[in-house]
Write a protein of this length. Structure first.
Length: 114
């Protein structure tokens, strides 16, 4: 598993993205729609219209990295907004990539009273 550096910002691009886009097309979306720099070292996450595919774009200092994932069943949980961006923590991104609802994670162990 590739672990990003501490303090890295992760952004979800709200709405659906054409999953045929590659490095250059997604970098252009980051610049034009998200008003951000694709070479800033932040991670940008995009979801396809059907909801079963995501792509992550990340500048690691040497070049752009493009990661893709397709769920065999289910859909990735996405914000309801049609445009804009939403910031995530690395833990939330991990849940998203596992197909877990990162907006309302459910605690499985009971809370301990202090």
């Amino acid at each position: 598993m590739i672990v990003p550096p501490t303090g890295l910002r992760i952004w979800i691009a709200a709405g659906a993205t054409d999953m045929r886009r590659g490095f250059d097309g997604l970098a252009a979306l980051v610049q034009m729609q998200l008003q951000a720099d694709p070479f800033s070292g932040q991670i940008f996450v995009f979801r396809g219209r059907r909801g079963d595919r995501v792509k992550l774009l990340w500048w690691d200092g040497d070049g752009l990295c493009l990661f893709a994932k397709r769920l065999e069943s289910g859909k990735f949980v996405w914000p309801q907004a049609n445009d804009g961006k939403v910031s995530l923590s690395f833990a939330q991104l991990s849940m998203l990539l596992e197909g877990i609802d990162w907006r309302r994670p459910i605690r499985t162990a009971p809370s301990r009273a202090c």
